[in-house]
Write a new protein. Sequence first.
Length: 275
Amino acid sequence: MPELPEVETIRRGLEPHLLGQRISAVNVLRPSQLHNVVPEVFCSQLVGTIIQRLERRGKYLLFFCSPGLALIIHLRMTGQLIYYPQGNIGETYTRLILSLESKAQLHFRDLRALGQITLVTTAKLSAWKPLAKLGPEPLSTDFTLGEFQTALKRRRAPIKNVLLAQQVVAGLGNIYADESLFQAGINPLHPSNALSLRQSTLLWKSIRKTLAAAIGYGGTTISDYVNAGGTAGSFQQQLLVYGRKGQSCNHCGTRLVGCRLAGRSTVYCPRCQPL
């Protein structure tokens, strides 16, 4: 699933092309992926609007369109957003096409059709539940060490589960939770409220460092993720534990082990991340 670095990379790639552009046509090719609106209403409300800004919140990409609309796309497992400067006839697995007055098009492609498309008014955006429950953005000033440590002390679940839940910090998924915990030397099974102040400080720093590095590499491509131009990321070449179960730890040579937490595969080094 595209996580914070992938969605942020897509946002940065789309922003210079979409800002100020008027939507001239909307083609919904998979109506079931519209989360809260029927295709007819969805199209009629978006056509003629101007894309004023793009934002990311956690793993959600938000297109703010005048007057007072927010188009929200959650890529889920296999979603892609591809920008075509000269338009495109639509490839296999294209689920939504936004055509612009400039003749360019934005295609939402989704192999497994698990992504969600939502349209809300900006007045109701803050109350939209999926966004309202998200924790602070890890690369923003809202993500303070003190509040992070306080939030961890209130939870007894394994720290990996807490990171994945999105309430303590937004945007982390399986890849970057594993990588951040390894960088901090913390076992993913370690109870959140049992972390020492030193451990939680290291984790706070490693989350920010890992996410920033991943954005710098254009995200991680394991299977389907590509940026807005259709190019794969390269952070997968820097991964230290994720997807490397059974291989040797790059730091100590110990064999990496795996387990399942919160229904997700988890990989860690038993020596570098002792429980």
